[in-house]
Design a protein around this ligand. Structure first.
Ligand SMILES: *[C@@H]1O[C@H](CO)[C@@H](O)[C@H](O)[C@H]1NC(C)=O
Ligand SMILES: *[C@@H]1O[C@H](CO)[C@@H](O)[C@H](O)[C@H]1NC(C)=O
Ligand SMILES: *[C@@H]1O[C@H](CO)[C@@H](O)[C@H](O)[C@H]1NC(C)=O
Length: 505
């Protein structure tokens, strides 16, 4: 691609030069001079090269090269807010290219803006705890980080990405995805790009349940009006949520922590729901997707370079713990235990996050600690899962889990089936979790190296690639590629089962 872009203009220069020589010399005589002979050879060679490119890769816009799409985006971005750019169908339409594997064909609903982009207009009130404006920038990647390794490359892959923003990145990636279709008749997946997580967090303090749930009901009304919904009763539809399923499954019996009822609605139960934390007991239609970390590469080269660096990273600490103690949460008692054990050990690095320790909000500090550790403790916190699990894997640090629901029952599409190949498990009720260092020291050096190699191999599938990068640039399968592929398979089975039961009736 580089050649086809740059070569023709330099080839033209060469042709001009060579023509000049030719016109001043008698026929063929110039070939006696070795310099001229060399130039003539170059002339012929480059002419052929040039012709080859002109005829095989005409420099028109018939082939949707990714660069073309970037260029269009840049021009559009000057006049419109960046987050509107990828909604423009004309821009995105060019990305439908032959690079899709053929098993996935995803249709994206053009929802009224109140369900996604429109919510961003009031980004300072999207979350009752923080101003989300810096976090929703760059399609949800957040602000670029300039103090990281590889940050000086052409496209800096590092962003201070918010942990609960997967829904925006997912949306931006699907809109640019080579498997996107504009024809509902050709689709086997229907994506409903609702920013449910951003919306629910803006209503956590809303006391009136009718108001808190209103947008969820409105979404259902919208979907019921679509002819495409009724073909399979929504079984081929999905949403992706950047927050945990608990935020959308309000129960009347439990304490009210601000959740709405989205995932309890019958229509939503017919859809597939992608979420960073599924309900392991009541979430048969829920599928775990990774929390976004900070690394969003646009090329395979960036990915391979990073993996190589993590293989070579010097890891003086046996284990580390990054986190805060939790007050009055039974589930998190294990955290106090970890902090105590880590403080008592000379082989543990502790990054205590209470009292607003700024190091804990500094991605380069977090990544540095994890890159220098062999094992990273993943304690459950407010819920079972943690974004930190994915930061740890990105750093080549082997995760240590204390609950099966932190990863094993969550991310079946993304993690190897055999947990012991890439992680250590210590039951939080059991004895082992009382002697973490002892248990980790018992693992042989060879096993540690095998596990670490596995962890580093897993990085691409657990990474949200930069939404600007199309799959042809990527050269690896990222979270969105893996999710769409698994979802298409899942939906195929679901619809077949449905047809089978309908026929047997
Ligand atoms: C995508 O690429 C264009 C052109 O390089 C750039 O202007 C835009 O900011 C990029 N988008 C993101 C989310 O970085
Ligand atoms: C909640 O809001 C709805 C709609 O605005 C209203 O009709 C209802 O009376 C409110 N309920 C309470 C308990 O305030
Ligand atoms: C859910 O799917 C079933 C068929 O499996 C259908 O009977 C039902 O009407 C669907 N529910 C909604 C709300 O579409």
């Amino acid at each position: 691609m580089l050649l086809s872009k740059r070569q023709p203009s330099s080839a033209i220069q060469w042709i001009e030069k060579a023509k000049y020589h030719k016109s001043r010399e008698p026929y063929f005589k110039f070939l006696v001079n070795p310099h001229i002979r060399y130039a003539a050879f170059l002339f012929v060679f480059l002419s052929l090269w040039f012709l080859l490119h002109v005829f095989c890769f005409p420099p028109t816009k018939t082939r949707p090269l990714p660069e073309t799409q970037y260029a269009t985006t840049t021009v559009a971005a000057v006049s419109t807010a960046t987050y509107e750019v990828h909604q423009n169908p004309k821009t995105a339409a060019k990305s439908s290219s032959p690079k899709c594997n053929g098993r996935v064909s995803v249709y994206v609903y053009n929802l009224p803006p109140e369900f996604n982009m429109g919510l961003l207009d009031d980004c300072s009130h999207l979350n009752v705890y923080t101003n989300m404006c810096p976090h929703v920038a760059n399609h949800g990647l957040g602000q670029p980080l300039d103090n990281m390794d590889l940050a000086s490359s052409d496209s800096n892959p590092w962003f201070a990405t918010h942990q609960f923003i997967a829904e925006m990145i997912f949306h931006a990636r699907v809109e640019n995805h080579p498997c996107r279709t504009w024809d509902p008749a050709k689709a086997n997946l229907f994506y409903v790009p609702f920013y449910g997580g951003l919306h629910v967090s803006s209503k956590f303090r809303e006391q009136n349940h009718t108001i808190r749930d209103a947008l969820a009901f409105k979404l259902i009304d919208y979907l019921q009006d679509q002819p495409t919904w009724h073909k399979h009763n929504g079984k081929d539809h999905f949403i992706a949520l950047g927050r945990t399923s608990w935020d959308f499954m309000r129960t009347d019996s439990g304490p009210d922590f601000g959740a709405n009822c989205l995932l309890n609605l019958p229509s939503v139960n017919n859809m597939s729901v992608l979420t960073v934390e599924r309900n392991p007991w009541k979430g048969s239609n829920q599928h775990g997707i990774p929390y976004p970390s900070y690394f969003h590469p646009s090329t395979l080269d960036q990915m391979l370079t990073w993996q190589r660096m993590m293989r070579q990273s010097n890891r003086p600490y046996l284990f580390s713990f990054i986190g805060a103690p939790r007050k009055a949460v039974d589930k998190a008692a294990i955290r106090d235990e970890m902090i105590k054990q880590c403080m008592e050990s000379t082989r543990c690095k502790l990054l205590r996050c209470d009292r607003g320790n700024p190091q804990c909000y500094n991605p380069s500090e977090i990544m540095r600690v994890m890159q220098e550790s062999q094992f990273c403790l993943q304690a459950p916190g407010d819920s079972f899962t943690r974004r930190s699990t994915f930061d740890s894997i990105l750093s080549g640090c082997i995760p240590v889990f204390f609950s099966r629901h932190t990863a094993y029952t969550q991310y079946a599409w993304f993690l190897p089936e055999e947990a012991s190949k890439y992680s250590v498990y210590m039951d939080e009720q059991g004895d082992e979790s009382k002697r973490i260092e002892e248990k980790l020291l018992k693992i042989s050096k060879e096993d540690v190296e095998r596990m670490r190699a596995k962890v580093i191999d897993m990085i691409p599938r657990l990474t949200y690639a930069h939404p600007n990068a199309s799959r042809s640039d990527l050269g690896f399968e990222d979270v969105v590629d893996v999710a769409l592929e698994a979802l298409a398979q899942h939906v195929r089975n679901k619809i077949q089962d449905n047809l089978a039961t309908a026929e047997s009736r």
